[in-house]
Design a protein around this ligand. Structure first.
Ligand SMILES: Nc1nc2c(ncn2[C@@H]2O[C@H](COP(=O)(O)OP(=O)(O)OP(=O)(O)O)[C@@H](O)[C@H]2O)c(=O)[nH]1
Length: 390
């Protein structure tokens, strides 16, 4: 038995699904919108398209035929814009607007020719969908794969059905009696539009959610400004490293590094220059450390470097190298060169107890304090205090 559904009901169901999905996107909107706002706007346009379709015969043809399809082409234009935003690209206004203009012009020309309009939609909409999918997957796939796949499946379904209907219409292989006349092909296309709205929107929500989750995971352990490990991650790493050093008997070292006269940098060059200097220091440090070392931002302008399997002498030599490199690498900011020097406290030891990490930090901190007191831009090694036994 052929599947024949009541057309106005089907049209209004698609409009309702589009609005529901637009509301879900607005509710799930992450901190940085990254295209979800554009896709939600596209869905509202999609809902308006189908409401106008449902009013065929009750409103003038320019509204239910030309305006509705202008909005449909606008929906795909918004999808293109949304995906570009999500990928961090500029909005391709030309590629977004050209199909909308073409669709409007051709629908005005073929106002009285339903078959020709079906053929036009069967060409222009798939072209728009191809552009969306091209941006989504090129030059390399997104990290948010499961959402991207769902979005792709949804749009591909729309592509296939619209293109197939356009082809069959062009070949006069299907009867076309107008939008409001039910037919199996018509019902399939409308059911697909319903499913497409849900799949593509859920896909987009998943993409945004997966990205937000990844960012949350990243910023739970990284400093937002410099990308170095944050204080929490440093303490966790220290705990883990020291337990390993205790088991293996390997030495362990820790550096406390503080930028000299950093307040003066802020006061003289401004806070943004200060931020730039912090990033510069993190970059210079990162370039000099081994893969197993960890650099973290311990406080405002204070960095901590964790050096597994490193003796006190080795750590002191590294600290001196870092101090020299820093002195020779001024930070460039808005055409100005800002001199940067650092003071470093070094602490290294053979592990005696798992609880030693607070002693290490304390000793490195005291050494740093002595480096500051001795005139800055220098390295001082700590005498590790013995644990008081109670
Ligand atoms: N731009 C910027 N400044 C920061 C940030 N965090 C802390 N600061 C500033 O760092 C400065 C630290 O100043 P002080 O503690 O006096 O240290 P200092 O000027 O480096 O002096 P010494 O350490 O004794 O050489 C303060 O002015 C803070 O406002 C940050 O994220 N960005």
């Amino acid at each position: 038995m052929p599947l024949v559904l009541d057309v106005p009901t089907m049209l209004l169901m698609i409009a309702a699904a589009s609005l529901a999905m637009a509301a879900s996107l607005a509710a799930a909107r992450p901190q940085r919108s990254e295209g979800t706002g554009l896709w939600a706007l596209g869905l509202v346009m999609h809902a308006a398209t189908y409401v106008l379709y449902a009013m065929r015969g009750r409103v003038p043809d320019w509204a239910s035929i030309v305006l509705s399809n202008l909005l449909l082409a606008g929906t795909f234009a918004m999808a293109l814009g949304a995906v570009c935003r999500f990928r961090g690209r500029a909005l391709p206004w030309g590629r977004m607007l050209a199909p909308v203009v073409a669709m409007t012009a051709l629908y005005m020309v073929f106002l009285d020719d339903y078959r020709a309009r079906i053929v036009v939609a069967g060409i222009l909409a798939p072209v728009q969908i191809s552009m969306v999918l091209w941006v989504l997957w090129r030059p390399q796939p997104l990290a948010q794969l499961r959402g991207a796949w769902l979005f792709t499946v949804g749009l591909s379904l729309q592509f296939v059905l619209l293109a197939l209907r356009g082809l069959l219409a062009a070949m006069h292989a299907i009867p076309l009696d107008g939008l409001m006349r039910s037919s199996p092909m018509q019902s399939f296309v409308f059911m697909a539009a319903f499913v497409v709205v849900i799949l593509a929107s859920l896909g987009f929500i998943l993409m945004a959610k997966d990205r937000a989750d990844a960012e949350n995971r990243y910023f739970a352990v990284h400093d937002e400004l410099t990308g170095a490990a944050n204080r929490r991650a440093l303490i966790q790493a220290l705990d883990r490293d020291l337990a390993r050093a205790l088991r293996s008997g390997e030495p362990y070292a820790l550096l406390m590094l503080d930028i000299d006269h950093f307040k003066a940098v802020n006061d003289t060059h401004g806070h943004r220059a200060g931020d730039r200097v912090l990033c510069h220091v993190a970059t210079v440090l990162r370039a000099r450390l081994r893969a197993q070392d960890l650099i973290g931002r311990y406080g405002g302008e204070e960095f901590m470097l964790l050096l597994p399997n490193t003796t006190l002498d080795g750590a002191a030599a590294l600290a001196e190298t870092l101090r020299e490199v820093m002195e020779q690498s001024p930070c460039l900011h808005e055409g100005r060169s800002i001199a940067v020097t650092v003071s470093i406290g070094v602490c290294g030891t053979q592990m005696e107890s798992i609880q030693d990490w607070d002693r290490l930090i304390q000793a490195a901190d005291q050494a740093l304090y002595r480096a500051k007191a001795a005139g800055r831009n220098r390295v001082v090694c700590a005498d590790l205090p013995r644990r008081s036994r109670t």
